[in-house]
Structures are given as structure tokens and as C-alpha cells.
Design a protein around this ligand. Sequence first.
Ligand code: F6R
Length: 250
Amino acid sequence: MTMSYTARLLVVDDEEFGGAAADAVLDRLPERSPRLGIATGDTPMPLYVELARRVRAGEIDVSSGFLIALDEYIGLDCQDPRSYAAYVRTRVGAPLGIPAHNILVPDGLAADPDVEAAAFERRIDDLGGVDVQIAGIGSNGHLAFNEPGSPLESTTRAVALSEQTRADNARFFAGCSDVPHRAITQGLGTICRARSVVLLARGATKAAALAAALTGPVGTEVPASVLQRHPAVTVIADRSAAADLSIRHH
Ligand code: F6R
């Protein structure tokens, strides 16, 4: 297998993960009013912890920035601690000193999720787009909540979550039956309009999906493979997530 395009791949030890990810993000982030695309979940937490540490140490100031979420569960109130709105506000916005009015997350309780999705897509454009999109990958290759089969040019829309994703995310809920069935997600086309993407992967459960996304064919079966078409992607993986990548790396 070879990587047929020019993404930058860093394979790092666990203790280096947050620092390497923070360096990659800050390298591409403008100092004035940076617009940072936020992935939720477990994978990016070392990055958010490290960015917060640098803010507290006075090394960086991103307080004039905007945070733009990738997705939100349909049916969860933004005050629900399991909502992605709560995640972005409390785990990223507050520690980075970014005020709530500069945080964009789709409204999971919108009366019409399709109307909300279209409005969210416009809000991203109105802000001038995303400078650096932080992304994770699902064990099934999903990118944001674009599940296998999602059109590569898709825009923000309401989607059904796959059973695998609901099972994977059951750990954040009382159980699988508690996980919402639907979400509003940025589309693959939306994500590809970000000026840069930093794709993060940690753990053995991501190894097959990461290899398929980076070295397999580009196609709807592995949504994250669309990033092969993006001109400015940095991939940061720990050794377990990189285990199926038979490519040369440093
Ligand atoms: C989250 C998101 C998802 C996650 C992916 C990995 O906003 O869009 O694509 O990045 O499901 O989740 P974790 O990091 O929890 O394994």
C-alpha cells in the first residue's frame, strides 16, 4: 500500500499526542479571529487539554476565535451534558476563553432539522469558512456523522446514525438504546472546504478505518477517504491507530 497523495502523517507516542496535535493546529491557524472546526469525542481530548495549557501559560491567545462544531445529536438540548453543544462549550470554549456567542453548534432541538442544517451551512460561509478543521474517524470510517454511503459532495444535513456508531457511542450514554438515532452533521463537501484539516486517530479500534481512509480507494464506503482529495491534511495517529499503515513514516 502507498499513500497516493501528499497528506502529512505523524505517528506519535501517547504522551506526545496532544503536543503534536496542538502544533499542527496552531501551525495553520491565523492569529486574528481564528475559525477552528471542532470534533467531539475521546480522540481530540489530549489536544484540547494541551491548547488549554498553552492558554493558561500565556503562550497562545485564541480568545478572539470562533469554534464551529462538526455535528450534534438530534433530540438533545444544548444544556444536556451529553450534547456536543455542551462538550464544545465546557471542554473547549471555556478553557480557551472563547465566549459562548462565538461558538456554533447545530441546534439538536430545531423544529425542522433540515432547515437548521441548511442554516448552519450558511452560518459557516457567513463566518468566512473554517481555517483548521479538527477531525476524528469512526471505527466504520465515518467522518463527522457522515456514515458509509454518504455522498462525497454532501453538505450539512440531517442523517441517520449507523448501528455501529450508536454502539460505539453508547459509552457516553446509559446504554445503546439511549443513543439518539439521528444527528445533524456537516457534509463531506462542507468539511473539505476547510482550509486545512487535522485528522486525529487513537487506539487499535481505528487502525483498519485509518488505513482504508488514507491508503484505500476514495469512495463513499469509507467517508474519511474523501480527505485524500484535500490539499492540506495533517494526520496524527498513535502507534495503535497507525498499525495497519504499511507506509514509511518518521
Ligand atoms: C465527533 C465526530 C465523530 C468522531 C468519531 C470518533 O464530533 O464527528 O466523527 O470524531 O466518531 O469518536 P471518538 O474520538 O470518540 O472515538
